[in-house]
Structures are given as C-alpha cells and as structure tokens.
Design a protein around this ligand. Structure first.
Ligand SMILES: [Zn+2]
Ligand SMILES: [Zn+2]
Length: 84
C-alpha cells in the first residue's frame, strides 16, 4: 500500500490521515517520526534522477518543482541530471 508521507531528510515513509483541512496534527508537513529533523511531504513530490555526467542515481525531493522543470543537481559531482 502506498504511504501518504515521506520524510524529506531520511526518506522514512509513513501513513497519516489528514484532517478535514488537509493538515496533519495542524501541520501541512508533519515532523518525521523517525529522525525528527525532517518533515513529511507527499511521495508524489519525489522523483528518481540520474546524473548525466557520472551516472549516479538518486531519489530526491523535488518540492513539487519537478513539474516546473526544476531538476536537482547530482549530489556527487553537481552535474546535470535527468529524471528516470
Ligand atoms: Zn526523517
Ligand atoms: Zn554526478
């Protein structure tokens, strides 16, 4: 079953039902129950990317900006990446 939330720091996934306002305990992005430093975002905001320079593949929070063509840089070599 697909989880509702994924941590933007550690990648922990969990399920939490939003209330009638679409908030989680009053948060739009609830604190991560695993690492406590990240917060939960929609897995739909995540994408898989591959570096065009070194081939490094990684999973990265795209902050919804993916739809606007905002592709993150490679965490290893700062090279350009493509969504895979
Ligand atoms: Zn976390
Ligand atoms: Zn790279």
């Amino acid at each position: 079953m697909k989880k509702d939330l994924i941590c933007n720091e550690c990648g922990h996934e969990w399920t939490m039902k939003p209330d009638k306002d679409g908030l989680f305990n009053g948060y739009g992005c609830p604190p991560c129950p695993s690492c406590y430093s990240g917060c939960g975002v929609s897995p739909n905001d995540y994408g898989d990317f591959k570096c065009l320079w070194c081939g490094h593949e990684f999973r990265r929070y795209g902050n919804g900006g993916l739809h606007l063509g905002m592709i993150p840089k490679c965490p290893d070599c700062s090279g350009p990446c493509d969504e895979v």
